[in-house]
Design a protein around this ligand. Structure first.
Ligand code: FFO
Ligand code: ATP
Length: 190
């Protein structure tokens, strides 16, 4: 397995720094947009097999907050899980979540439930930036690319604010284009 070439690593690093710098203030004034993303994801997920396990994301500061979506899905009888972040180089472990789950502190400021590990059918994927081809930029751990490579049957759905769209994300050999990206305005089929 090859790592990204040095020029791609550098290009991703530069874009990541820019995106991180503008993220938090944008989010503070865009709570309605965050709720709209949850609403659009909910509509999309209602169309999918109700037996499926859905991997959501517990937010870090400045990210879209999917917690209302987690609660709605649980109320509707869907099975929700959340990522537990292992050491770098390993895929995420998804743990079953319910509103009464004990949330444990994980790596890089993430939090995860203490529930059993499960295999999701649908994986909601957080992004720092994305493009219309379906490519995403994350925090740089390579976690979602490794996770999706290990779960070929799972259906990934990226989500972000429309302001996080870029003309083109730099890509390396492991980047997997997402077939669907949801923003507060639209469902983008890539
Ligand atoms: N809410 C949320 N959970 C998530 C992700 C995410 O993007 N958002 N992840 C998406 O993959 C995974 C965690 N990935 C991460 C990978 C690397 C770093 C990281 O290297 N952070 C730097 C800088 C932290 C900071 O500046 O505060 C570090 O800790 O040095 C953080 C998260 C799984 N859980
Ligand atoms: N399936 C994989 N196998 C081996 N290396 C991988 C795999 N996926 C990603 N990587 C490597 O991990 C490193 C980080 O990847 P990248 O910069 O794309 O992270 P990211 O998508 O921004 O992070 P994250 O998914 O954690 O939010 C890169 O060097 C990349 O080549």
């Amino acid at each position: 397995m090859h790592e990204d070439p040095p020029e791609i690593v550098a290009a991703k690093r530069t874009l990541r720094a820019t995106c991180r710098a503008i993220r938090l203030p944008a989010h503070l004034s865009e709570t309605a947009a965050s709720q709209a993303v949850c609403g659009k994801l909910h509509t999309l997920l209602l169309k999918h097999d109700s037996a499926g396990i859905i991997a959501c994301v517990w937010p870090l500061a400045g990210e879209i907050d999917l917690r209302p979506l987690c609660a709605s899905l649980h109320r509707e009888g869907r099975t929700v899980c959340l990522p537990d972040t292992p050491k770098k180089g390993h895929p995420l472990i998804f743990r079953h979540w319910t509103p009464t789950s004990l949330m444990l502190e994980g790596r890089f400021g993430t939090r995860h439930p203490d529930g059993p590990a499960v295999t999701p059918d649908i994986v909601l994927v957080p992004m720092l930036a994305f493009d219309r081809r379906g490519y995403r930029l994350g925090y740089g751990g390579g976690y979602y690319d490794r996770t999706l490579a290990a779960l070929p049957k799972a259906r990934p759905v990226g989500y972000a604010l429309s302001t996080q769209e870029k003309p083109a994300i730099p890509t390396g050999p492991h980047d997997i284009a997402l077939p669907l990206i949801v923003t507060e305005h639209e469902i983008i089929r890539c």
